[in-house]
Design a binder for this molecule. Structure first.
Ligand code: HEM
Length: 472
């Protein structure tokens, strides 16, 4: 089993922790035994991936994956297990699937237009921050209605801001008065998620962690971020309960809670709304950021995309010819986005814990308690499943070709029951955002070097990724 050599005492922890992507690239067997302080297996073969995530998923739980970050994730669709997860999927997931398309997709195009205006005036901007601002704004609106609409979005959505006496936690743990909804800007919510996720990711990979109650700067910043997120949630709930606001997925969750407070307690309303907000913006922002970067280096594909996106503007939109051209642009964007998710899958590592002794399709036995890691990033770059795996070739996702992919070789949205509930939203939203950008302008990246990867909970580019909008 070929994996980088581990330290005699600390095993693979130092290497895995300092540069997990380099570590993954150096692994070239299907089953890698990891020494990460406990027995752990890295499974890279598609048959094992399918087995763990789909066919034998009852033998694997999310287990220790969320031991850090409970205060962030709570007991939600993402973290619950077994019957509890099935119940949540039925009640919350059902409502989400019925309503999300409208709330996450309708604002995508007008908000992207406003967002381009906002950043077009800047000589350069940090692409990750700007894109996460856009996806966070869309998600915050989808979940919290217009409660935290940022000031740069005039006219797209109504801002029913109301003076409040809410109290906002400061980083030092004290509280201050909030005067109106703007003080609770959506950007703050995204920053607090960032702080919290950074903290959880660091703890996941650390050799030694101080207890959460110990007053280190990072522990304090994490706690403050969580209390601000909780306050933002309480603020939005209180406004709905007092008739000062309505709308967003939160209103749906509150209806469920009011109808059946035992099955959907208030804590559940909090956990689900925050997890959908997080799921809705972080992975999408990471995916879009890499996609825009990949396109910047693929001029012929970008030119084809611009032509496809702009053709509809040239042809009278009432003409019957407009429709096929529009779908040609959308098909092309879907292929581009799929290929970008292959090269840079936002969740780059999917963890599980074995809860029942098992034997994998590749023959490996797995003992109960073993920690399992699956890596979309590494499996997606295996030459056995994808020709020239490091090349950006969207045409490999042309319909007839992608149907031939081996099951379990491509899983940016996971597989099985725990498959991403937001996949179709994320895909359609990306199509709308990318189409809006390339219909109106283009992006340039002044830096010559390709950004390094920064594997946190998602696989981000190392910051800053300087970009600028250009007319072309
Ligand atoms: C490009 C964007 C996205 C990617 C790549 C992505 C990826 C994933 C992956 C890999 C999982 C499975 C994790 C596991 O098996 O442990 C997952 C789960 C989940 N995702 Fe996404 N996601 C994206 C967008 C979204 C969006 C837009 C939402 C909601 C608005 C969302 C909400 C969720 C939720 C709630 C789960 C947990 C599902 C469950 O366990 O039942 N995601 N996502």
């Amino acid at each position: 089993m070929k994996a980088p050599r581990g330290h005699w005492l600390l095993g693979h922890i130092p290497h895995f922790r300092s540069n997990p992507i380099q570590f993954l690239n150096a692994c070239d067997e299907d089953v890698i035994s990891l020494r990460l302080g406990q027995t752990a297996l890295l499974l890279l073969h598609p048959d094992d991936v399918t087995h763990v995530l789909e066919t034998s998923e009852h033998r694997y739980s999310k287990g220790r994956a969320f031991q850090y970050g409970r205060q962030l994730y709570g007991n939600s669709l993402l973290t619950s297990e077994g019957d509890d997860h099935r119940r949540q999927l039925q009640s919350i997931g059902g409502v989400f699937l019925k309503t999300a398309a409208d709330s996450f997709l309708t604002p995508a195009e007008p908000m992207t237009q406003q967002w381009i205006q906002r950043w077009k005036s800047q000589p350069t901007f940090d692409l990750w921050k700007a894109v996460s601002e856009l996806t966070a704004t869309i998600s915050i609106q989808a979940v919290f209605g217009s409660d935290f609409t940022p000031p740069w979005l005039p006219g797209v959505v109504t801002n029913d801001r109301v003076a409040t006496n809410d109290r906002v936690a400061r980083p030092d743990g004290s509280a201050t008065r909030m005067t109106n909804a703007d003080s609770f800007a959506g950007r703050q919510i995204a920053e607090d998620f960032d702080t919290a996720m950074d903290y959880v990711a660091t703890r996941n990979f650390a050799m030694i962690n101080p207890p959460e109650w110990f007053p280190t700067a990072k522990n304090r910043a994490y706690k403050a971020a969580i209390s601000r997120l909780n306050l933002a949630f309480e603020h939005a709930v209180n406004r709905r309960l007092h008739g000062a606001a309505h709308g967003g997925f939160l209103s749906r969750l509150l209806e469920l809670h009011q109808r059946d407070p035992v099955t959907v307690p208030m804590l559940q309303v909090r956990d689900q709304s925050l997890i959908l907000l997080l799921g809705g913006y972080e992975s999408s922002a990471t995916a879009l950021c890499w996609c825009l970067l990949l396109l910047s280096r693929a001029t012929p594909i970008r030119d084809k995309l611009k032509t496809a996106c702009r053709s509809r503007n040239i042809i009278d939109s009432r003409s019957s010819d407009a429709e096929p051209l529009e779908s040609a642009a959308e098909t092309l964007i879907s292929e581009i986005f799929s290929e970008s998710l292959r090269l840079y899958p936002p969740p780059w590592l999917i963890p599980r814990t074995c809860v029942e002794n098992d034997r994998l399709p590749t023959g490996q036995t797995v003992k109960k308690g073993t920690q399992i890691f699956l890596s979309p990033y590494r499996t997606h770059r295996d030459a056995r499943w994808f020709d020239s795996p490091d090349d950006f070739r969207p045409q490999r996702f042309a319909l007839q070709r992608s149907a031939q992919f081996r099951r379990g070789s491509y899983f940016p949205f996971g597989m099985g029951t725990r498959h991403c509930i937001g996949e179709s939203i994320a895909r359609s939203q990306a199509v709308r955002i990318l189409k809006t950008i390339y219909s109106l302008c283009d992006l340039e990246f002044p830096a010559k070097e390709w950004p390094k990867t920064k594997p946190l909970l998602t696989l981000r580019p190392e910051l800053p990724v300087l970009a600028r909008f250009v007319d072309s």
